[in-house]
Structures are given as C-alpha cells and as structure tokens.
Design a protein around this ligand. Structure first.
Ligand SMILES: Cc1cc2nc3c(=O)[nH]c(=O)nc-3n(C[C@H](O)[C@H](O)[C@H](O)COP(=O)(O)OP(=O)(O)OC[C@H]3O[C@@H](n4cnc5c(N)ncnc54)[C@H](O)[C@@H]3O)c2cc1C
Length: 232
C-alpha cells in the first residue's frame, strides 16, 4: 500500500518502431484508494473481499476522488502526432524535450503498413488490401528524408534550432514525462485504448493499461467489470 518506486528497465515497454512507455515512479495503489475513501469515517482496510467491494462501489457510483491519491509517472517516447492527441488530456502534468535546446535526431515513425480511409467512421482508418504499400512507403520515405535534410541544411546555414525545426513532420519522435493520477489515467485508457482512437495511440494506451492493471489490479478488475456490464 505504500508508494512503490519502479525505475528498472523491466518497466520499459517498446511501442511502435522507436517509441516506448516507461514507468518511472508510482505512488499509492488499490489500498490507497480504500484508505482515502474510508478516512471520512476513521477506518482503514477491512480485508480483501470488503476492500474490493468498496472499490467496485466507488467506481460504479462515480465517487472517483479516492483514486486521485495514486499517481503514475511515465517517460514516453512517441511521434509528435501521437503526442498532440495525448496532450489533450489536461488533467496530468507534462514536461517535453525541447527542439529549441537540442538538435533533433533523425528519428521518425515509419508505419509497417498504410491503412485506407474508413468510410463509416470519418476519422478512422482500416487495413486495406488494395493499397500499393510499396509506392506509399517510397513516397513517405522520400518526404521524411527531404524534411530532415532541409532541417540539417537550415542548421548548417546558421538558422536557429527553433526555426530549423519548423520543417520537420509530425512523424518525428518526441519525448516527455507524464504524471497522472489513477482517476485521470482510467479516463485516458477508456478513450485511447478504444477502437475509435487512432491505431498508433492505441498501442501506447494498451501498454499503459498493462502498467495500470499490474499496479492497481483490484481497481482494474472492477473497472473492466463495470465497462463490460455497461456494454452488455
Ligand atoms: C477518438 C477521439 C477522437 C477525438 N477527436 C477530436 C477532434 O476531432 N478534435 C478535437 O479537438 N479533439 C478530439 N479529441 C480529444 C477529446 O475531445 C478530448 O480533448 C480528449 O480526449 C481529452 O479528454 P478529456 O477532456 O476527458 O481529458 P482531460 O482533459 O484529462 O479531462 C478529464 C476530465 O476533466 C474534466 N475537465 C477537464 N477540463 C475541463 C474543463 N475545461 N471544463 C470542464 N471539465 C473539464 C472533464 O470531466 C474531463 O473528462 C478526440 C478524442 C478521442 C478519444
């Protein structure tokens, strides 16, 4: 129930071709949610069965503040277009690498397969057998290389890093630290591990879901059960 530091490479999960999710630190747990909820009437744990029941009750009835006392800190590496979606989640803290301070490395997301436009979900995409993958990959590769070459040329010609970076595409990898409480993280997982979210951010949300379920298994089980009940 006490805070658990987690800083080894065991906590690093590779995502996409060059990205990762790394749990840097963790504070709290299922027990912290139970203690926080029961503090109002001066009681703590009542044993696993009762504690799990309380967690399920809190989640089902939207009493979510007890879950705010557990905090996950992650180090994330993802393409900029994924980070743009990610940072819409405001109830969290972010610190990102600065391309004004440091020169950007030649590191871009290269999709293993292009997807076609989904006709029913206008935001979505679908695996599509008819696509000319080789041609698309060649076009993509050419564009990425041209952009990075322009970036380097601007730097060599004396442009400031903060200006040279303007030619870089959103497939460029970025890194950030992300601290988020368990309540807000459940919201993130719900929205971003969902089939409506873009395939690439879903891979990250799934890696984060694995971390969540390992660190707060009672909460995760209850949350999953609740979602299954709602869906049926
Ligand atoms: C599949 C998908 C498609 C999307 N498409 C688009 C799109 O086309 N365009 C676009 O702009 N965004 C889009 N978004 C982003 C989406 O609208 C949310 O901004 C994002 O998912 C963050 O969710 P959130 O606000 O619940 O999270 P957080 O910002 O972490 O907020 C958590 C919760 O806190 C509360 N809260 C936070 N801020 C406020 C506030 N200012 N006022 C009141 N309550 C607040 C809300 O209850 C909120 O649910 C999309 C998201 C998904 C998952």
């Amino acid at each position: 129930m006490a805070g658990t530091a987690a800083r080894s490479d065991q906590d690093l999960c590779k995502v996409l071709d060059n990205g990762f999710v790394k749990l840097v630190d963790f504070l709290g747990g299922d027990g912290r949610a139970v203690e926080s909820a029961r503090v109002s009437f001066g009681s703590v744990s009542k044993g696993e069965a009762q504690d799990r029941k309380l967690i399920a009750y809190l989640l089902e009835h939207g009493h979510l503040s007890p879950f705010e006392h557990s905090v996950f800190q992650f180090h994330i590496k993802c393409p900029i277009f994924v980070a743009r979606q990610w940072m819409r989640h405001r109830i969290a803290s972010y610190n990102e690498i600065s391309a004004r301070y440091t020169e950007v490395h030649d590191e871009f997301y290269f999709p293993s397969e292009f997807r076609g436009q989904d006709r029913s979900n206008r935001q979505g995409s679908l695996p599509s057998a008819g696509l000319d993958q080789e041609r698309m990959k060649a076009v993509y590769d050419r564009a990425i290389k041209a952009a990075y070459s322009a970036y380097k040329e601007l730097l060599d010609a004396g442009a400031a890093r903060e200006m040279a970076r303007m030619v870089l595409p959103v497939a460029q990898y970025t890194q950030f630290y992300w601290s988020i409480n368990a309540r807000s993280l459940l919201n993130f997982i719900n929205l971003r591990a969902d089939s409506h979210a873009q395939w690439e951010i879903r891979r990250y949300a799934e890696a984060i879901q694995d971390v969540f379920s390992a660190k707060m298994p009672w909460t995760w089980e209850a949350w999953k059960g609740l979602n299954e009940k709602k869906a049926s």
